[in-house]
Design a protein around this ligand. Structure first.
Ligand code: SF4
Ligand code: SF4
Length: 396
């Protein structure tokens, strides 16, 4: 986006401040520069030449979680996510973007993902399943659940396409198998086109717009034959929707993208299927992208309400973002931990047996926080829980 378009977006803000109480970073800091309105003013100053790019200005923009809670409540419909990404693109430098470029290149490379998957599998085999302890070092808390090494068989083309995502390909192969099983039970033959790749979120939120656009074009071509496109992680789905406008290189992807849980809840409402009772207490964490970008905050509850005897609880949804925020839990761990605290307090009070989240970053961050508090609660994708309620599948 050029500076004129950024300014046109920013100038839609009437500075009413209605978004401020909904902004997690403003709630933590009470600093105007850490609020949506303040960051928009910083963007306007930067584009207008009244402010120079500086480390302080960049830190205020970078601390934004891209949770889009502000966008969801703004009466002027200010496209805050677009403004934040365009401002980051103005501030990007080779030095500031080095780590993101490296990580994005690594995750975009299939052999590198296979190496990561194997490394994690070895780690699990050597150390066993991670258990909770308040004395666990921070980095060890993030150890993901055991990995599936075998590829998941799936058609390459079909009317409904499934985006696995780069991190999903490393950490969520079992979720992919569960999702395909649920879709099949509903009579939907879903395709996983092999030419798909990273959704582009990592680059886009680091201000690397050209790289993100290239990744979006690749996905638009990979899913060109699909009528509906779903993503395992709601964060990836949001990026597909944001970045998938038609251009010279690729057809439009945005209009086809639906929230996975919302899509399946609609299908299950229309054509219910037999599900086994699961007498469990389950707390729902709705990711910001699911609530604020897809406006599907109730989708997980609608979907899982189909399972008999499941007791559904709310994991402090009024506290907003859990702090995972893409790679925010790595780059700003203190902020991420402070934002996670209300969710962990809720988990300690509600004592659920399971927590469900449809976003891999939130699931990792929640699981790490629970381990840090010594709370033994499994965190899983809603479709993995739904798959447990289906009749047992033949081993593949
Ligand atoms: S972003 Fe929207 S809600 Fe926030 S100050 Fe501007 S106009 Fe008001
Ligand atoms: S996207 Fe989230 S963190 Fe960023 S300004 Fe909006 S509400 Fe605040």
């Amino acid at each position: 986006m050029d500076a004129a378009n950024l300014l046109a977006d920013a100038d839609r803000c009437v500075k009413c401040g209605l978004c401020l109480p909904h902004c997690p970073t403003y709630r933590l800091s009470r600093n105007e520069a850490e609020s949506p309105r303040g960051r928009i003013a910083l963007a306007q100053g930067l584009v207008g030449g009244q402010l120079q790019a500086s480390a302080t200005l960049a830190a205020h923009i970078d601390s934004c979680l891209s949770c889009r809670a502000c966008e969801a409540v703004c009466p002027a419909k200010v496209p805050y996510g677009r403004i934040a990404d365009a401002t980051r693109a103005l501030l990007v430098t080779p030095r500031r973007s080095r780590a993101t470029r490296l990580l994005a290149a690594l995750l975009d490379c299939a052999p590198a993902r296979a190496l990561l998957r194997t490394g994690l599998w070895l780690l699990q085999s050597l150390l066993g399943a991670p258990s909770g302890s308040p004395r666990l070092p921070r980095w060890l808390r993030y150890r993901p659940a055991p990995q599936r090494l075998r590829a998941v068989p799936a058609p390459a083309s079909g009317k409904v396409g499934l985006l696995v995502g780069c991190v999903g390909d490393v950490l969520e192969r079992s979720v992919l198998a569960d999702a395909l099983r649920v879709l099949e039970s509903l009579g939907i033959e879903a395709a996983v086109p092999p030419s798909q790749g990273c959704c582009g979120a990592l680059n886009q939120h680091a201000g690397l717009a050209a790289e993100a656009k290239r990744q979006a074009a690749r996905n638009a071509l990979a899913f060109a034959g699909c009528e509906t496109v779903l993503a395992l992680a709601s964060g990836c789905g949001a990026s597909l929707r944001d970045l998938g406008a038609a251009d010279d290189e690729a057809p439009a992807l945005s209009p086809k993208v639906r929230d996975l849980c919302g899509f399946l809840a609609d299908r299950l409402d229309a054509s219910p299927i037999p599900l086994r009772p699961l007498p469990l207490r389950v707390a729902i964490h709705s990711a910001c992208t699911q609530s604020n970008v897809f406006a599907a905050g109730g989708a997980i509850r609608r979907l899982l309400a189909q399972i008999p005897q499941l007791e559904l609880l709310d994991l402090a949804s009024d506290s907003g973002c859990c702090g995972a925020a893409g790679t925010g839990f790595l780059s700003a761990p203190d902020q991420a931990d402070r934002l996670l605290a209300p969710k962990l307090d809720a988990a300690a009070a509600l004592k659920p047996q399971l927590i469900v989240s449809a976003n891999i970053g939130c699931a990792l961050h929640l699981a790490a926080g629970l381990r840090g508090r010594g709370l033994e609660v499994e965190v899983l994708h809603p479709l993995s829980l739904l798959a447990r309620a289906l009749a047992p599948a033949a081993p593949r």
